[in-house]
Design a protein around this ligand. Sequence first.
Ligand code: BG6
Length: 518
Amino acid sequence: MSRQERPEPTIFTIFGAAGDLAWRKLVPAIYDLFRDGWLPDKFSIMGIGHLHTKKSQYLDHLREGVEQFSRHGKPGKESWENFVSHLDFLEADLEQKQAYQDLSDELERIEKDWGDKAQRVFYLAMPPAMMAPITEGLAKARLNQRREHARIVVEKPFGSDLESARELNRLLGRLFDEKQIFRIDHFLGKETVQNILAFRLANAMFEPIWNRHYIDHVQINVAEKLGVEHRGHYYDKAGALRDMIQNHLLQILCLVAMEAPITFDDNEVRNKKVDVLHAIRDIPPSQVHEYAVRGQYGGGWLQGEHVPGYRQEPNVDPESLTETYAAVKLYVDNWRWQGVPFYLRTGKRLSDRITEVSIQFRPVPHQTFPARALLDRQPNRLIIAIQPEEGILLRFESKQPGPSLHLTPVMMQFFYKEAFREEPVDAYETLLLDIMNGDATLFMRADQAEAAWGVIQPILDVWAEQRPTDFPNYQAGTWGPEQAEVLIAKDGRTWTLPTILQCQEDIAMCRVHSVDDS
Ligand code: BG6
């Protein structure tokens, strides 16, 4: 969020530089920042670990990643060579002390060449089992010293439950100051997710109605078309609740539900988010089934193509009981939100890829209009579309033109691409720049990560104890298991997804309806 400044000289060390995250996300994002002039002149990327290929092949592989995933697309010869001149790789066995001494020597050599002290970022794009050896290795080589200038970045999953997250926090806290630790959740770098706060707090008209008196319920839907792809090893131990709800969806919930921070200071913003997590009502184990539903996809059809079920995916146990879908109802017990349900839903291999927050308002307190005018009435709804479209839509009632009194829903809409005539930057670009600038506003603090685990821990416990007997219980290419419809239907509501399409359909239908009427 501090994009106005170019960072000071920086050495960006990536643990896991030969891995998928570096290939798809980190290097393309750094390349885009480089192309747009956001990086300092004194800048170096240092990969560390085992390459298993020649360096030239590794660079070709990175270039392919940049071609596919960078905003700038295929790099030109000159700009690629220029970029690569900032990139180096240190062969090392990360379980050996020597690796960290070599790294330290290398960092000092670069600083000496520059004649400048650099900020040192250590990015851990590694499986959880490597967290302890790497952080301890860094500390033994005294690379955690120079507290103002050394930062460690930890990717998700941040632990696998409340206890392991606490343990990880203890380890990190013993070796680094909290200010040095950046726990990344890439959803928080998405433009529209950041825009939730701007929308709420920079406009006077919404905040007064942003509460239980006007809002009926909130839905946070993150639907994915993709299956687990090549991530079966990881995913089969994680599942949708750990992979998505504990982090991305709860973070969005915090932004929707939090009180206004006094300043835009990183700790102040994070304090307000933690307050929300602490206010979420505990789910008693005996009631978990009333608040949470899980599902796993079987084979099905997506856009005319047959796709395999989860249990047939590579590196997945053929009898796996891991959930690929989770729907949860939560209440935030405070003055603002008492009694307003927040429905969270995510799943893989659903019918479409759509992420959106939908805020549904209460009906008007008294109906002035005759019943025949209200046949197409729909509640007011505010939709924050996060992907694939990024924008904000407001649905409200309007009089249909013509002599008869007929109310019909219409939409006001804002789309990023149209309004700003440019593609929003990738979440990782924003977050990497924030790390280099030492701005932790968009990163999770230790207590926040633990509080989020605390919210879902009762569900994890009950689900681990009571094995599902009906998996797979939804077909790929649908909107998930029937039980999820029941979860919300019991409250007299329905899932809104895909809201944009549905709203447009509703409006189109109303038009047809009123044309028929006349
Ligand atoms: C990751 C999850 O954190 O987020 C993946 O591990 C998921 O399972 C991904 O697919 C979704 O992110 P995005 O930015 O592609 O919507």
